[in-house]
Design a protein. Structure first.
Length: 335
């Protein structure tokens, strides 16, 4: 059953479309990922889901509710960790957790939540004294403190070290296993491939593809990478004739071929026919990185998600609290 429904979503800034007809649904209890280049429309899309922006056209529903028209009800069932947020500099971690708990009629106990996120030793530390990673973990805790049915996480592991990132991934999996739906915006392909049940790739304000991680990888032009160092040179014309080979590169003495399983078999046959030994032979599957590059186009100097040249929420950058939800001031629209 879909808990988030987005149909024909459009949002423009200064006449330039940031989101141009986005459609997707998120099933209850899944981790749904949103990937895309900077300025593709990801943050604008999720901010419309959160009720932080008013769509120009289309509809958004969270558990059947309009995030703008039914904003108060939506804030009771949706938690959000924004891409950029701030708290008062002198507020301690404990005070922030207690403050946000007071916004909800039935908040979760913030103490074990703080422990799971490694914040126990920082409860008396003021916000201004926290590191970037510690601030990020605090905002994740604040997004979960109301016991939401849906949580939106925008670049949740930015600034975290590798161990903290993997610990956070485990936490997100626990959250999903408890029945909470997760809408995840990320640039980390490994993160998306591990966590997400399905992924929408957004490019130029449109959904370029929507599938499972394995489904997206299968769409990649080259699903297999073969690399080896031949015991003696192979002829260029023989390499160029390999079936289903998308690309053939020579890096020093090493040959790297992007293709399919059929290409792998042809390489083995070619080596045997010419009695060439393949040293340090490696055959690897394509990754979500490969699929992402195939599905999106590199663009320079594009307007960003929020119309200001970055992929972040704009305005003063400071989070305020309305009906228990962290929000950002609406920016002035600019070209």
């Amino acid at each position: 059953m879909a808990i988030i429904e987005v149909n024909g979503l459009r949002k423009a800034y200064g006449g330039k479309p940031a989101v141009d007809g986005v459609d997707f649904t998120v099933e209850e209890g899944e981790i749904f990922g949103i990937l895309g280049p900077n300025g593709a429309g990801k943050t604008t899309t999720v901010e419309c889901v959160e009720g932080l922006r008013v769509p120009d056209a289309g509809t958004v529903r969270v558990a059947g509710l309009d995030p703008v028209g039914d904003h108060e009800q939506v804030t009771r069932l949706l938690g959000a960790q924004l891409q950029e947020s701030e708290l008062q500099a002198k507020l301690t971690v404990r005070e922030a957790l207690e403050l946000y708990s007071a916004f909800y009629p039935e908040p979760v106990d913030w103490r074990p939540l703080a422990g799971r996120l490694g914040l126990e030793a920082k409860l008396s530390t003021r916000f201004a004294k926290l590191s970037g990673g510690q601030k990020q973990r605090l905002f994740i805790a604040l997004s979960l403190i109301g016991g939401p049915r849906v949580v939106v996480l925008d670049e949740l592991t930015t600034g975290l070290d590798p161990r903290a990132r993997r610990d956070t991934w485990s936490l997100i999996e626990e959250i999903r296993d408890s029945g909470v739906t997760v809408l995840l915006v990320t640039h980390f392909m490994e993160e998306a491939q591990r966590l997400c049940d399905r992924i929408a790739v957004i490019d130029r304000g449109k959904v370029a593809a929507l599938d499972t991680p394995s489904g997206l990888i299968a769409r990649s032009a080259a699903s297999t990478v073969i690399s080896f160092t031949p015991s003696r040179p192979l002829r260029d014309e023989d390499l160029a004739a390999l079936p289903k080979a998308v690309s053939v590169e020579t890096k020093g003495d090493r040959i790297v071929i992007n293709g399919t399983d059929e290409t792998v078999n042809a390489v083995i046959t070619l080596l045997a026919r010419h009695r060439v030994t393949a040293h340090q032979l490696r055959v690897t599957e394509a990754t979500l990185d490969d699929a992402f590059l195939d599905l999106t186009e590199t663009r320079a100097g594009t307007a960003a998600d929020t119309g200001t040249g970055t992929d972040t929420a704009t305005g003063s950058g400071a989070a305020t609290v309305t009906d228990g939800a962290a929000t950002t001031p609406q920016p002035e629209e600019r070209v």
